[in-house]
Design a protein around this ligand. Sequence first.
Ligand code: NAD
Length: 490
Amino acid sequence: MTLASVLPLTSPALDCSRYAKGLYIGGAWVAGGGIPVVDPSTEAVLAEVADATEAQATAAVDAAAAAAAGWRATPPRRRAEILLRCHKLMLERADELATLISLENGKALGDARGEVTYAAEFFRWYAEEAVRIAGEYRMAPSGSNRILVDMEPIGIAVLITPWNFPAAMATRKIAPALAAGCTVVLKPASETPLTAYALAELYAEAGVPAGVVNVITTSRPGPVTAAMLNDARVRKLSFTGSTGVGRTLLAEAAKTVLSCSMELGGNAPFIVFDDADLDAALDGAMVAKMRNAGEACTAANRFIVQNGIYDRFAEGLNKRMAALRVGAGTDPATACGPMITRKAVEKIETLVADALAKGARVTTGGQRPDGDGFFYPPTVLVDVPADAAMAKEEIFGPVAPLYRFETEDEAIAMANDTEYGLAAYVFTSDLKRGLAISGRIEAGMIALNRGLVSDPAAPFGGVKQSGLGREGGIHGIAEFMEPKYVAVSF
Ligand code: NAD
């Protein structure tokens, strides 16, 4: 792959270079050096985006600071109308955005379309929340004064997002931040920056004033981000990514005692009880495992299946996984696109080899295909031992490992045997048992007899080392506000 292989026109309908005009600071494009954006389906370079320096990161904070007072003073109704226009424009351009996501991330077009709808919905939800921000006014218990609490925008927010949902991870932060009255600097992952830049232009068209949303990309996220986090004007860090990078950023943020929201890694258990509806469990398994080809923080990472249904579940899962078509994300026939990088494929190969060496058996897939692109096939592993590395680590790919259990207590102990606590899935026909188990599983989100938890109207987030805070729902906007308390005597 060389720069000579940069393709100005990547598909008849989409010229990716038009999303790579430079850093987006203060409503203007600032041209700069190149970070190649690679199509994981072909390994061709789609475009080159600008590579921000520390000084340019500070310039982005300058722009956010210059726009802060005006945006904070913009009436909530007006902010809501602008957010609604963002929602509308995203849906109007859903095909273009989905194609762009699919090109730079590799995900199948169906997944990309689903992401656009999900991502856009954050604007509609937070348009509705922007006008319902409530404070408090009540008598102090002593009776000597009133307690007045106003919710204020927290201030300038730095938003850092991963590559696996290039649109949704950004809008899940930008929409509540803007609804709350904050201005932001977004640093998207350099693997998938084109969607973030395409959306920056769309926000401007929807009426978001210059400087309210700034977008910068960098090949040196550590120092460039540190330049912003150490800037006293910045008051919020909202990060989505791996637990390892999250820990590093929490340490950096400690220097300025920065408010942090952290959406980190997961290791979701998918528990199937003997009494589960088998077809529903299999449908759920395919969504929980294969949405985004397994590259999701909520992806089922461990299928924990009771002995009485284990063989039937394994047989059904093998059939469904083997039937999936692997191919380029933008090919409408594709069900499972490539992984994001070669390194990601190699990590999956290492985890599978480790499980096999410890006694697991492959019943579907397991072999990387030859040729260009970062492909790994849908794979099922049975009888995976508890000491396999993949029982502890995020696979982040289309590999479904099956573990056995006998008793309910055993299943819960297995589910909770992880440093993570993001999502969990439970399948049982006994709702009473399902709810009781939901209470015992250490996770921020439980899908009961369903394969999907994400919903812009619900609080998304994890416990343990899966994160701090929540995004979405009525909770997501609170992450971008501070209560201001006034003790009132009269
Ligand atoms: P990552 O942690 O490698 O990168 C995330 C972002 O952090 C990127 O923008 C990256 O450029 C930036 N970054 C990397 N090192 C940095 C540093 N030292 N300082 C500042 N920024 C830095 O994660 P990824 O590989 O892009 O994404 C996959 C991970 O994200 C998985 O662990 C997944 O579970 C997690 N994730 C979590 C959620 C959630 O909501 N909990 C959602 C999606 C993904």
